[in-house]
Every structure is written in structure tokens, then in C-alpha cells.
Design a protein around this ligand. Structure first.
Ligand code: HEM
Length: 420
């Protein structure tokens, strides 16, 4: 194959990764994720070059870490692999990139995380359960049974938007602003999903800041609520953050995106997986008590955030390769979650998989997803309510995906729901 011809090809689905010279493989290409072919490219890297160097890409040079164990090594070694300034490939100071605690190292990271963690902790989960169930019922009862509609728009986006509004105690009537700001935040050239200009992105995010500044002032001095803004505004370690608006905005962006794209795409990905593995759908109908286990399997299967980036603070030898100080290191969770040396039959969706929670989708170490229990609870409730109402959610048309290496996103999924 003439490798250069690939630049002018229409479809990445037809490219055989084994035809491409190893040193030309560039897993930052958003087209690979849009065409949903990345798995076979990662399979080649795991086989032949598990710690792979890409010298030239739009996101700059970077290492790809592709096996389960190596990803854990990097993720748990935060003294060497820094999150400072960016956790997404290629993004550093060239974009409007306000600081937040996912992109910070110790000790600042720990202080800020500790302040808001209770919002997503066990005590608050109990408070949230009934309101989430109420919103799930509202959405599902409004679906047009027997007609074709877009599951992403009518269910996944609606449900996560409610969830975000609940976590922020955000005015419900304005809740769609949160989803919009999340899309704006992740619209960055290096990750692929690039729909607005950098200037427009900055302007929109400053509007988000202005909105939240008002909420902050209403809530400062009024502790007691579990929402993110009340927590930041009233804790001694963060109550001055309002004087550092960029840091406040950065953390808002983190919390908005953290809870949005991830859960949204798990909700769509689960429906798709059950359609692709119909015997698993039968098993679910037979044993709905498998829902909590299935939720973990969905999160592994979808891997909503395919990568996190780190920057090496020192030279480090990993699996026979020398990563140099300053290098960009990409942990491809999506690849680790398909690594047969750690997960049995990883290419199959298995709702009663033993140890289903042992996946990489939430990361490891000090940055492990703060919202993991909230996300699981939301998906569990959603599936419980779906199974009460519908014998199946059938995918009936072409599924469209996001051109992004940072969010494994399903943008459109035509379905029909069938009542019992
Ligand atoms: C299925 C859903 C979700 C997935 C797959 C997911 C995935 C992740 C990943 C991969 C990380 C980084 C881990 C690392 O670097 O080691 C992370 C961090 C984070 N997530 Fe989630 N997430 C999900 C849902 C949520 C929800 C619902 C929230 C709540 C708002 C949330 C808030 C956060 C926050 C605040 C961090 C930063 C933690 C830190 O730096 O200490 N996530 N998430």
C-alpha cells in the first residue's frame, strides 16, 4: 500500500494497520475513533510495540502506552508522570486552558479534590438516588414507543444534563447551558472534535464563568449544600478561589466535562453493546439483577475517555523503552481495556464478567475518577428503569461517532423502544 495515499482516502475503516509502517502509526488521529477502528490498531501496537513512539503528529511527538500493566505503572507513578497543565494530548499552553485539579500535581491537587469529593461521595449518593430515578422515569415515560428516534439526543444527553444540574444545584430551566459548555470545553484542535474557533471558545467559557460567579456569591456563607459550588465557596481551603477566576473556571470545566461526556456515552454505548451481543440482552432480561455488574462492563466496553496524558518529569525506562524527561506520555485506557493479558476475552461484551470493575476506564492513583460511584449509580438507575418499561431498545440505523481521541463519543443512534 502507498502509505501517503492514506491522507487523501475517504475512509479509515478500510486501512489495515498491519500495512502501515510502525513508526508512522499515529493514534492521535481522530479519524480512527470516528470510524471506530482504533481497536485493531491498538491490537497491533500491543503485539509489536507496546510502548510506542510517534515522532510526528498534529499533537506533537508522544509515547503511546498500550498495555494494562504499563498503563497502571504510569498512572500510579505520579511523582514521575505529571498531570500538570494538561491531561489531554497536545494541549498545553497554546489553547485557552484554565488550571484545574485534574491537571495539577500534589499538593495543590489533593487540597482541591478533597474539598469537592463529598459531592460525589457515599453520603450524597443516598440524597441523589431518588431525584435521579425521578428524572430517569420522566425521560423514559416521554419516549415515543414504536417510533424511530435518536437515543443520544432524547435519553443520553437529557439524562446527563439533569445529572449535572443536580450535582451543581444548577437552575433546572438553564440546564442545557451545562451541556453546551461541556461541548465547548472539549472543542480543541489537538483532540479532534474542533467545531468552534479558539476565540469563540474563550468567549463562551467566560460566559460560563460569569454565570457561576453569580451562583458563588449567592452560596458563599451559606454552607450545608452538597453541590460543587457551595463546597468550593465555603471551604477554608478554596473560598478564596473566587479571586482567581481562571482557577474557578478551570475547575468548573473539569466538573462539567467530567460528569457529562463520560456518562452520556456510557448510556449510548450500553444500548449499542447489548444490540451487538443479543445473547447478553437475553441474559439481562432473564437476570436483571446483573445490572450493577453490567454497568461496570459497559464502562469498560465503552471506555468513554480513551486516554489521559502525562508529562515525564524524569527519564524513565518502561518495558524496554527510555522515556525522556519532558516527553508526552499517553495512557490509552481504551487499549488497556482490550488487553488479553489482563482481561479474559476482552473483545467480548460479557455482562456477568467476573471482576468486571477491574477495568481502566476510571484511571488509577491519585487522579482516579472522583465521580466513579455517581456515574455507576446513574447508569444502574437508568437501566433498572429501562428494564421496567421496555423489552428492548433496538438500534435501527447507522450509528455516528465523534472524531475525537479524547472522548469516545456516540453522536447519533437511531433506536426504537419496544414495550413489554
Ligand atoms: C462513566 C463515567 C466516567 C468515566 C469513564 C470517567 C473517567 C475519568 C478518568 C479516566 C479520570 C482520570 C483518571 C486518571 O487520570 O487516573 C477521571 C477523573 C475525574 N472525574 Fe471522571 N469519569 C466518569 C464520570 C464522572 C462523573 C459523573 C464525575 C462527576 C462530576 C466525574 C468527575 C471527575 C473528576 C472531578 C476527575 C478528576 C479527579 C482528580 O484529578 O483527582 N467523572 N474520570
Amino acid at each position: 500500500m502507498n502509505w501517503n495515499a492514506i491522507e487523501t482516502m475517504d475512509s479509515w475503516a478500510d486501512v489495515n494497520p498491519y500495512d502501515v509502517p510502525l513508526d508512522k502509526i499515529d493514534m492521535s488521529r481522530p479519524e480512527l475513533y470516528e470510524a471506530n477502528v482504533h481497536d485493531k490498531w491498538f491490537a497491533r501496537l500491543r503485539e509489536e510495540d507496546p510502548v510506542h513512539y510517534c515522532a510526528d503528529s498534529k499533537a506533537g511527538p508522544f509515547w503511546s502506552i498500550t498495555t494494562f500493566d504499563d498503563i497502571k505503572t504510569v498512572d500510579t507513578n505520579h511523582q514521575i508522570f505529571s498531570s500538570d497543565k494538561s491531561i489531554a494530548i497536545g494541549v498545553i499552553n497554546d489553547d485557552f486552558n484554565p488550571p484545574n485539579f485534574i491537571a495539577m500535581d500534589q499538593p495543590r491537587h489533593d487540597v482541591q479534590r478533597r474539598v469537592v469529593a463529598p459531592s460525589a461521595g457515599p453520603a450524597n449518593l443516598k440524597n441523589l438516588e431518588s431525584i435521579i430515578r425521578e428524572k430517569a422515569a420522566l425521560i423514559l415515560d416521554g419516549l415515543p414507543v414504536g417510533e424511530t428516534f435518536d437515543w443520544v439526543e432524547k435519553v443520553s444527553i437529557e439524562m446527563t444534563t439533569y445529572m449535572l444540574a443536580i450535582l451543581f444545584d444548577f437552575p433546572m430551566e438553564d440546564r442545557h447551558k451545562l451541556t453546551h459548555w461541556s461541548d465547548v470545553t472539549t472543542s480543541v484542535e489537538a483532540v479532534g472534535n474542533f467545531s468552534i474557533s479558539a476565540e469563540e471558545r474563550e468567549r463562551e467559557l467566560l460566559e460560563c464563568l460569569a454565570y457561576f460567579e453569580k451562583l458563588w456569591h449567592q452560596r458563599a456563607g451559606n454552607a450545608g449544600g452538597f453541590d460543587f459550588v457551595t463546597m468550593f465557596a465555603n471551604h477554608p481551603d478554596t473560598k478564596e478561589m473566587i479571586n482567581n477566576p481562571m482557577e474557578f473556571l478551570g475547575n468548573l470545566m473539569l466538573l462539567i466535562v467530567g460528569g457529562n461526556d463520560t456518562t452520556r456515552n456510557s448510556m449510548s454505548g450500553g444500548v449499542l453493546a447489548l444490540n451487538d451481543f443479543p445473547e447478553q440482552y437475553d441474559l439481562l432480561r432473564e437476570k436483571p439483577e446483573l445490572i450493577p455488574n453490567m454497568v461496570s462492563e459497559i464502562i469498560r466496553w465503552q471506555t468513554p475517555l480513551p486516554h489521559m496524558r502525562r508529562t515525564a518529569l524524569e527519564d524513565f525506562e518502561l518495558n524496554g523503552k527510555l522515556i525522556k524527561k519532558g516527553d508526552q506520555v499517553i495512557m490509552w485506557y481504551t487499549s488497556g481495556n482490550r488487553d488479553a493479558s489482563a482481561i479474559e476475552r476482552p473483545e467480548e461484551f460479557v455482562i456477568d464478567r467476573p471482576k468486571a470493575r477491574q477495568h481502566l476506564s476510571f484511571g488509577f492513583g491519585i487522579h482516579r475518577c472522583m465521580g466513579n460511584r455517581v456515574a455507576e449509580m446513574q447508569l444502574k438507575i437508568m437501566w433498572e428503569e429501562i428494564m421496567k418499561r421496555f423489552s428492548s431498545v433496538e438500534v435501527v440505523g447507522e450509528v455516528k461517532r465523534l472524531p475525537s481521541n479524547f472522548v469516545l463519543g456516540i453522536t447519533e443512534m437511531p433506536v426504537r423502544v419496544h414495550a413489554h
